[in-house]
Design a protein. Structure first.
Lengths: 312, 182
């Protein structure tokens, strides 16, 4: 992934506009800076040559020219900023894919809207989107103000408790992009990331269909025991696994945990070893996060891991 | 001079005295399973005892003076569905209110712990084993704060959403009465 999270390597039309604005600002400011630096150096090199011969009128003209140039440059930037802002608003379309993203300390709840409630897809910390289609994010927050920022695809916008914000974007190149909470939201703000997978529409539909299905039942006795521990122990109080009795809503949905690439909202890669470490002692890996140490013994932990691995 | 020196000494004394209390308010104990966990054994459910009543050591929630712990308790109160029965602000609904002075099964920390952990007849589920002991103690401290049983300086002072009632830190302190019935 060469340009995982970069504003100057846009992968979508919105990010391209933001990137363009950035380069316009960069070059105008670079020219102004160079002009000021050169003028200052020339003045230093020439030094003061006796008493100034400039008349008041000449001085006034210089100030007017400098002031006029500054105002013109600033107006140019303002104009470009307004043009970009308006262009960012042109993506709205009625057949956009609607995804509801809810910020939580410190993870993202992701729900793909559907008119039939049972056909909604819930996942967390990883968003799959089809390339070339407008996406509308409905942004909410359950606790404090967060901000969704996927630099390769779009500028950032806040998730405010009690308020619905919208973010529109379109990915034009398939790829995996990293997003990040961009509004300080507490202790683990830095470890509140998400992964955006932009893929061809066919692949996306396949992913959506697979994620709409409930979790497949365990096959081996160890997996069965893992599911029992999950359902009867503390896990189910906060986590949901569709197709089981675990229905907690205050932590990430784990129905298809195995299909995600990270755990702990982008904190660690999703491998069995890291997952074991996370379940055994989440407070060591991400201090202050909402998952308490569960106190499972080694045998129970292995069983839970064996079950979680089946959740593809 | 002596007056200035005395002032400095007094200020230092005050700071030294205030520091431990302030630290306890601010401590965030993410990993700890409190040593006092599982103290539910030995909680007396009935008031009658054969012979003279036994001395009972006072059990306090480890989070009773801890703002973070009570804040977590407040969050868990919503996350674990306490609110639908006891009311969003503890005013009671299908379950008894938690902001008044009446306690069916007692207002002591060990009694509240037993109520949450073991459940009570006619509706209170037993959360023992389903949530960690640390979380039960956080809930105990928060439930105590709802009727002003803890220091106002440590109790939660705001909601994350709309405030329909006074925050816990401004609850007037109730004198608990154990009623044994609703």
């Amino acid at each position: 992934m060469p340009h995982l999270q970069s504003i100057i390597h846009p992968a979508g039309i919105q990010a391209a506009r933001v990137s363009h604005l950035w380069w316009v600002m960069f070059w105008i400011c670079a020219v102004v800076w160079a002009a000021v630096a050169v003028t200052a150096m020339v003045a230093i090199a020439r030094g003061r040559r006796g008493s100034s011969t400039a008349t008041d009128a000449q001085m006034a003209r210089s100030v007017t020219v400098a002031g006029g140039l500054s105002v013109a440059a600033l107006l140019g930037l303002l104009f470009q900023s307004i043009v970009t802002g308006r262009a960012l608003d042109t993506l709205r379309s009625p057949d956009a894919l609607r995804i509801q993203v809810t910020g939580n300390q410190w993870w993202w709840d992701v729900q793909y809207e559907h008119a039939v409630p049972s056909r909604r897809v819930t996942t967390a910390n990883e968003i799959h989107i089809p390339v070339g289609r407008a996406i509308r994010f409905d942004l909410l927050s359950t606790d404090v103000i967060h901000s969704l920022w996927i630099p390769s695809l779009q500028g950032k916008i806040d998730l405010v408790p009690g308020r619905l914000n919208e973010l529109w974007l379109r990915a034009d190149e398939p790829g995996i992009y990293r997003g990040q909470c961009a509004e300080y939201c507490g202790l683990q703000h830095a470890k509140m990331a998400l992964v955006v997978v932009a893929e061809p529409p066919d692949d996306f539909e396949r992913w959506l269909t697979a994620n709409r299905a409930p979790a497949s039942p365990p096959t081996t006795p160890e997996q069965q025991r893992g599911r029992d521990i999950f359902e009867r122990g503390p896990c189910a109080m906060c986590h949901t696994i569709a197709g089981t009795s675990a229905g907690g809503r205050s932590a990430p949905d784990l129905t298809h945990l195995g299909s995600r690439s990270t755990i702990g909202a982008g904190t660690l890669p999703n491998t069995k070893g890291y997952l074991a470490g996370w379940i055994a002692d989440p407070q060591h890996i991400k201090p202050g996060n909402r998952m308490p140490p569960t106190g499972l013994n080694g045998e129970e932990l292995q069983a839970v891991l064996a079950y979680l691995e089946t959740l593809k | 001079m002596p007056v200035a020196r005395l002032t400095v000494a007094l200020a230092a004394l005050c700071l030294a005295g205030a520091a431990p209390a302030g630290c306890e308010r601010e401590a965030r104990r993410y990993q700890e399973l409190p040593a006092s966990a599982n103290r539910e054994t030995g909680v007396r459910v009935g008031a009658l005892e054969p012979g003279m009543p036994q001395q009972q050591a006072e059990v306090r929630s480890p989070y009773q003076d801890n703002a973070w712990g009570m804040g977590e308790g407040k969050r868990l109160y919503a996350a674990y569905n306490c609110a639908p029965c006891h009311g969003v602000n503890g005013g009671g609904a299908i379950g008894p209110p938690l902001i008044d002075d009446k306690w069916i099964y007692g207002a002591r920390a060990d009694q509240i712990y037993a109520t949450i952990s073991q459940g009570r007849p006619d509706g209170m589920p037993s959360f023992g084993g389903h949530i960690t002991t640390q979380q039960i103690w956080q809930l105990v401290a928060y439930v105590q704060s709802m009727s002003g049983q803890v220091k106002a300086t440590s109790a939660p002072s705001r909601n994350d959403d709309q405030m329909a009632a006074l925050p816990e830190s401004r609850q007037s302190k109730q004198v608990p009465v154990q009623t044994g019935h609703r």
